[in-house]
Design a protein around this ligand. Structure first.
Ligand code: MEZ
Length: 542
């Protein structure tokens, strides 16, 4: 066995109780029990970790302190005297690039938008902070939802999404999500995505937490990587799409009426600014897990620092559901080298049980994520957990049960990414359980959008994790991969149409930043913190 001696007693209990647990189905929680669990243990309910915003369209709303700090920070651009900027190296009169549709972000939503806008005849540019495809889409593992089987329907999918989101979701957005889903699966397949199939050629589908039908389409446990590979290849093969990598946006450009007209990018290789003039801008910058809310580890990619929220907010966009984050119940808790990395929900979908240090199940494994995460935190706070040599707490995710239930070879066939992730550290998950604890996984909220991805700021669209409203207060597994493609495609179509309608000269200005600075000064907020953050700061402070 590869676990340290201090974890052995509890591991032995997990093994010893397996036979009993084999015949045990843990009952689903009642609505009241779920509410008690959430209020008692979910990180969204730790009031002291939130702050109220003082400035901007959401003044008065609460959000995690780390995000509030960035939303209320100063622009990273140096001071400039007026709307026509005189920042060194920044010439708004002579933009470096010109396009119809500028897409900020090169993940699933950004690439889907680019393909559709290009198809509609727009001149498209993608500006992305790291490489094309470095995004949370790539990191999603377990599947993508779509109601495309006879026993299912978009209406049933709709009810599941609403239930998972505590019925707080924006109905129009949920309708768009579930209605487009079957077509999206077909579109991805046509582009070359290889989903898992049954011997008769039909799609293999499994359950996720909170789904009432098996509608999770999978590509082993590399579903996000497979989708991202497909979209990235398609973007790269379309030579008309301009691509700037290592070029995050640091500010939007606006005209005097407040409509968006482009963006200022920072070339991370050359460390200089460049200016893009665009008739329409789509923000598809993803989430903010790298802000490590409440000190949680994260499953997110390195660039997930909430940049799009900052840019949009400063330009006047209203945000929604910024007081709720998703903590995926099963982040790796051991070994330390992979702390917080995703352990896909598919592990529970195909039969693994969650087990505390006393060898007992404590929650139905496919409750919604917020409920399962809260139950794990409750077990740990109650001392019914395992502590690693580096003082990390966790509970067992009993993966050997998968093979006991479904036959030898299932783990390797269904979970090759997990087998590799743990195998590298000497843990054979077909024979030994994993130790897990919730990890910061998803930003439930973001910029408020319509079903066509419009915001309250003219000519600014938002798609994917940077938007808010689709998932209400909690997202179900597999609805983020779906969201990025559904709303990425919608944003691309809408942006190409808007760009055609926008005629006349575009005025490139930064008056919204000037206004923002005045607003900050009026509230006595300092300018020592700059945003967007762009990259997490992992340097040791002491
Ligand atoms: O939707 C997700 O977040 C996802 C597919 C994650 C997972 O557990 O695999």
């Amino acid at each position: 066995m590869s676990y340290p001696a201090t974890m052995q007693d509890s591991l032995n209990l997990c093994v010893a109780t397996r036979e009993r647990r084999m015949t045990e189905t843990f009952p689903r929680a009642t609505a009241d029990a779920k509410e008690t669990l959430l209020k008692g243990f979910h990180p969204d309910y730790r009031a002291e970790t939130f702050a109220a915003l003082h400035v901007g369209p959401n003044a008065g709303d609460r959000t995690p302190r780390e995000l509030a700090q960035l939303l209320e920070a100063d622009s990273a651009l140096p001071e400039f005297p007026g709307p026509r900027s005189s920042v060194p190296g920044l010439s708004l009169d002579k933009p470096d690039y010109d396009c119809d549709v500028l897409i900020i972000g090169g993940g699933g939503a950004g690439c889907s938008a680019a393909i559709m806008a290009d198809t509609a005849g727009a001149r498209v540019m993608i500006a992305t902070k790291l490489r094309l495809g470095d995004a949370n889409t790539m990191m999603a593992q377990g599947g993508i939802q779509a109601a495309d089987k006879d026993v299912d329907s978009p209406a049933i999918h709709y009810l599941d999404v609403m239930g998972g989101g505590h019925f707080a979701n924006t109905p129009d957005l949920v309708e768009a999500l579930v209605a487009d889903a079957p077509e999206v699966i077909g579109w991805l397949e046509d582009l070359g995505a290889m989903f898992d199939k049954n011997p008769d050629g039909s799609m293999k589908t499994i359950h996720g937490g909170g789904t009432s039908r098996r509608r999770m389409h999978t590509a082993r446990d590399y579903t996000g990587a497979e989708i991202m590979r497909t979209l990235r290849d398609e973007v790269r093969s379309r030579s008309d799409i301009m691509l700037l990598e290592f070029s995050p946006a640091v500010e939007l450009l606006t005209d005097t009426k407040g409509a968006v007209t482009g963006a200022v990018l920072q070339n991370l290789n050359l460390n200089r600014y460049s200016v893009v003039r665009a008739k329409v801008v789509i923000i598809a910058t993803g989430g903010s897990g790298r802000l490590h809310y409440q000190g949680f580890p994260t499953s997110n990619h390195y660039g997930a620092t909430g940049d799009g929220l900052v840019l949009a907010y400063r330009a006047g966009a209203h945000l929604a559901f910024i007081d709720t984050m998703q903590y995926h119940p099963t982040g790796a808790a051991f070994p330390q080298q992979i702390l917080g990395l995703l352990v896909t929900e598919k592990v529970r979908s195909i039969g693994a049980q969650l087990v505390n240090s006393e060898g007992n199940q404590f929650i139905f494994p496919l409750e919604t994520r917020d409920v399962v995460a809260s139950a794990i935190i409750r077990e740990c706070q109650g001392g019914r957990c395992v502590t690693t040599p580096t003082a990390v707490q966790g509970v067992w995710l009993d993966t050997p049960m998968i093979e006991i239930r479904r036959g030898a070879g299932t783990v390797k066939r269904e979970l090759p990414a997990m087998v590799r992730q743990f195998g590298r550290h000497g843990i054979d998950i077909a024979k030994e359980p994993m130790l897990v604890y919730p990890t910061l996984h998803y930003q439930n909220g973001g910029v408020e959008i319509t079903a066509d991805c419009a915001t309250n700021v003219p000519d600014l669209l938002v798609a994917g994790e940077a938007s808010g409203g689709v998932h209400g207060r909690n997202r179900l597994m597999g609805n983020s991969l779906l969201d990025v493609v559904v709303f990425g495609r919608r944003a691309g179509v809408a942006a190409a149409k808007l760009a055609k309608e926008r005629t006349g000269d575009l005025e490139l200005g930064l008056s919204h930043v000037e206004r923002w600075r005045k607003e900050l000064a009026a509230k006595g907020l300092g300018s020592d913190i700059k945003s967007p953050l762009l990259l997490p700061d992992y340097t040791r402070k002491s």
